[in-house]
Design a protein around this ligand. Structure first.
Ligand SMILES: Nc1ncnc2c1ncn2[C@@H]1O[C@H](COP(=O)(O)OP(=O)(O)OP(=O)(O)O)[C@@H](O)[C@H]1O
Length: 251
């Protein structure tokens, strides 16, 4: 798969440096710093209100920064938000695609919108749908009959067909059954092996431990802990659970 921004291979995919975001007087991100390497799966965990969605909004350039800097593939988001967004595909928890169109038609339609008006490349569409593991029988069916997991696959296939190097996933496994979750995690591993970077916000500690290279714990707008997968043993889930539970503020 071609990476649209593979110049500057030494730059991080995502770099958040000492970022503060305020809503009115309240600081929601408070000196947040994190770095995601190219081809890495990074899971951001944190309790409700910790600032996870605000972090995604900062990466997309949707919230002004009171201080700090955000870079996407080396591009300063404040300096060139459109170039930064072109390197990102944001997949929200509930994917917004056309229900009355099939997977193939949705991809054709959105690629035409994103492109320069020419016909989208059918082979690239089929390759992307294959990579995400959507069964080919489903490709011509309307999305109205799709499960949540299938819709997510279509949204990710769209990002792949656009050759976007970085995926931002918001709660991707919420509402998926265990089989769909493990299929989803396998797909993320396939994407990683193709050099795609994944940044996901999640409450699914076990899923994150299964698939992520690193897990960051966000509390009150900053990273309070960051752990890396340690080889074949990966994360110590028990210890992780204790730490994760420990970052949640008392209700
Ligand atoms: N547009 C806004 N205006 C004012 N306050 C906001 C706004 N958006 C978020 N907040 C506040 O900022 C804080 C962080 O919100 P954010 O949505 O980033 O948290 P989160 O970690 O994604 O939470 P959740 O897990 O519940 O989705 C919360 O206290 C929230 O109420």
């Amino acid at each position: 798969m071609t990476n649209i921004l593979d110049t500057g291979v030494n730059t991080s995919a995502l770099e958040v440096s000492d970022v503060t975001v305020r809503y009115k007087s309240a600081a929601v991100l408070q000196g947040l710093s994190l770095r995601v390497r190219r081809g890495e799966i990074y899971a951001l965990l944190g309790g409700n209100g910790a600032g996870k969605s605000t972090t995604i909004n900062a990466l997309l350039g949707f919230v002004p920064l009171a201080s700090g800097r955000v870079r996407v593939c080396g591009i300063d988001v404040a300096a060139d938000v459109l170039a930064a967004r072109a390197a990102l595909a944001y997949v929200p928890e509930n994917v917004a695609l056309y229900e009355h169109l099939s997977a193939l038609e949705n991809l054709e339609y959105f690629l035409r919108l994103a492109g320069n008006g020419g016909a989208p490349d059918r082979a690239a569409i089929e390759a992307a749908l294959t990579t995400v593991g959507l069964a080919s029988e489903a490709w011509p069916r309307r999305l109205a009959g799709y499960s949540k997991g299938m819709r997510q696959k279509v949204a990710i296939a769209l990002a792949l067909a656009r050759a976007v190097p970085v995926l931002l996933l918001d709660e991707p496994t919420t509402g998926l059954d265990p089989q769909a979750t493990s299929e989803f995690n396998r797909m993320l591993q396939d994407l990683r092996s193709q050099g795609v970077t994944v940044f996901m916000v999640t409450h699914d500690l076990l899923g994150a431990a299964e698939v992520a290279d690193r897990i960051g714990f966000l509390d009150a707008g900053r990273i309070v802990q960051e752990l890396a997968a340690d080889g074949p043993g990966r994360f110590d889930v028990k210890a992780l659970y204790a730490r994760y539970a420990g970052t949640r503020r008392a209700a």
